[in-house]
Structures are given as C-alpha cells and as structure tokens.
Design a protein. Structure first.
Length: 126
C-alpha cells in the first residue's frame, strides 16, 4: 500500500523535489504522486482493458449450441439415408452410428466432452 508523506524534516522533505531525499520502498511523496497522475492523464497511448470482451461468452455459447445441432443433424441425415438404402431395415453394425457421430463432432469442432447420444440421433430420424 502506498503512503503519502508530508514530513517537514530537512533530511526527508518530499516536497522540495530533491533526489537525495531518502524514501522507503512503500512511501511516495505527494509531489511525485501528483506528477505521476498528470503523466498518466496526458499519456496519448490507449489504455488496455483486462479480461474478456463484453458479450464473447454468450456468443461462444450460442456458437457451441449451433455446432452441436449441426453435428446432430448431419448424423441423423446419414442414418436416414442409410435406412432408405437398406430396404429391409438391416441393423447397423455395433458402434457404426457412434463413429458417424464422432466424425460429425470432429467436422463441426464440437469438444469430446459434449455427448451426443445415439438415441438422440435415432429420434431425430423418426
């Protein structure tokens, strides 16, 4: 924490502006503090904000939901075309629908932690 000093002693007079005044690491003279404030106000460089830009979290969430929906639709379309091709409604090989779902998730950059179940894809086909 900075402490502002206004000691009138000759050895440590912060108001005289001398460079020989002994200051401890945490003490700042009032003149130095005011001059530093004036320098920062007159500085022409733009100030930088810290943190995420406003609205990016909501945008990312909307984008993720859209990508999940697109991946699910693509897997459902594949299943629908497979069912049309196989007239006798053959069963899928074990794990083939999950492979299609995983390839759709990879295509639309959906994280592996997001689960798209086989039942969801099968329900979309109906």
């Amino acid at each position: 924490m900075l402490s502002l000093t206004s000691d009138d002693s000759k050895d440590n007079n912060p108001l005289d502006g001398s460079k020989t005044a002994a200051k401890s690491a945490g003490e700042v003279s009032i003149a130095d503090f005011i001059s530093s404030m004036e320098q920062t106000q007159n500085n022409d460089e733009p100030s930088f904000c810290v943190g995420r830009p406003k609205g990016t979290t909501a945008t990312d969430l909307m984008s993720l939901r859209k990508r999940i929906e697109l991946a699910t639709k693509e897997a459902a379309e594949w299943l629908a075309t497979y069912n049309k091709k196989s007239r006798s409604k053959k069963r899928l090989k074990k794990g083939s629908l999950q492979q299609v779902i995983n390839s759709a998730k990879e295509k639309f950059n959906v994280d592996d932690s997001i689960i798209i179940s086989c039942g969801t894809v099968q329900q979309k086909v109906k």
